[in-house]
Design a protein around this ligand. Structure first.
Ligand code: PLP
Length: 356
């Protein structure tokens, strides 16, 4: 049976990415060798890295002065790398979830951290508004998409302060005004590639202003200067990332992705809102994530949760169990998820309602 992959991450990748990566594992670029067993300094692999960096520039329309790097360590290493490189005295953090809190915790190692607002009071089911950012903050850190709770900041905030953003679960899902950010980082394992590689987009002008010593591997300048080849990069995930970037371009780029993502998410949110058995955990439409759609059984039907899970599973839906801190269901609708998969889930919800 065809599977409909709603996992939150690692998660669905385009068939194009999977197929080309599988081929390159067997025979990379006609070399007769696997992409896993060839030097990262070979001309074939250098071409992969160069094209990947150039496609990120193109797809996100990077302004002059911004550099793209591919590094290891996951988004979790970026939680410390960003403040290590940027925090002079004070940084502002918006607390929209567990990942945002973890980022904030790391920043405290490097200076004063002001939590400008938090949605912890309601288990992170909304994005705080109308908060003030200290004028002397070096930057405001945001988590643009909160994978666990299904909230998303879908615009590029204009608060008179430089932004640093964890876009692990919504990068490449919409156009971004990169000029507002000093650093954008993302673990690749949701919208781009298998886990193991992290992408960072760095405003070079923001670097070199802190006085502390930065270990070589944690200094963005190292990776920029060496074009992500200071040490051995995660070659297989980088190769896969390139395939996804090529696929994105062929699909019409991030503006086209945004259209499709809105379409898919609307389909599911509409069903959740109109089906009496279910309710969305995030009420405000403007806060609802287009990437991770969280819903639970309505109060009087909580004992039917297992039944719906069984029905959805029987239709081929996988990975829809909600995160343990939210419960219920979470359907992740990343770029590579076809609309057809959302239609299957929606049909299962309708069938469930008709049955009960
Ligand atoms: N930030 C967000 C928004 C995430 O969803 C995740 C992982 O799910 C992380 C950070 C952590 O990423 P990594 O596992 O690459 O360190």
């Amino acid at each position: 049976m065809k599977k409909h992959n709603f996992y939150a991450g690692p998660s669905i990748l385009p068939e194009y990415t999977i197929k080309n990566t599988a081929e390159a594992v067997m025979n990379f670029a006609g070399t007769g060798l696997s992409v896993m067993e060839i030097s990262h300094r070979s001309k074939e692999f250098v071409a992969v890295m160069d094209e990947a960096i150039s496609l990120v520039n193109e797809l996100l329309d990077l302004p002059a002065g911004y550099k793209v790097i591919f590094v290891g360590g996951g988004a979790s290493t970026q939680f410390c790398m960003a403040p290590f490189n940027l925090l002079k005295t004070k940084a502002a953090y918006l607390n929209t979830g567990a990942w945002a809190s973890k980022a904030q915790k790391e920043a405290k190692l490097f200076g004063e951290v002001v939590e400008v607002a938090s949605s912890k009071d309601k288990n992170y089911t909304y994005i705080p508004k109308n908060f003030e950012v200290p004028a002397d903050a070096d930057y405001l850190h945001i988590t643009s998409n909160n994978t666990i709770y299904g909230t998303e900041i879908k615009t590029d905030l204009d608060l008179g302060v430089r932004l640093v953003a964890d876009m692990s679960s919504d990068i490449f899902s919409r156009p971004i005004d990169v000029s507002k950010y000093d650093i954008i980082y993302a673990g690749a394992q949701k919208n781009l590639a298998p886990s193991g590689v992290t992408i960072a987009i760095v405003n070079e002008n923001a670097l070199g202003q802190v006085e502390r010593a930065i270990p070589t591997m944690l200094d963005y300048r190292t990776h920029i200067e060496k074009e992500s080849m200071f040490n051995t990069p995660p070659v297989l995930p980088v190769f896969a990332a390139l395939q996804t970037l090529q696929w994105l371009k062929a699909q019409g780029g991030v503006a086209e992705m945004q259209k499709k993502n809105i379409e898919k998410a609307s389909l599911l949110y509409d069903e959740i809102d109109s089906n009496k058995f279910f309710k969305a955990t995030v009420e405000a439409e403007e806060d609802r994530s287009l990437m991770n759609i969280c819903f639970v059984m309505n109060d009087e039907y909580t004992e039917l949760e297992k039944d719906f899970m069984e029905l959805a599973t029987s239709k081929g839906c996988v990975g829809i169990k909600g995160h343990r801190s939210v419960g219920g269901f979470r359907a992740s609708t990343y770029n590579a998820l076809p609309k057809e998969s959302v239609e299957v889930l929606v049909a299962a919800m309708k069938e469930f309602a008709a049955k009960h």
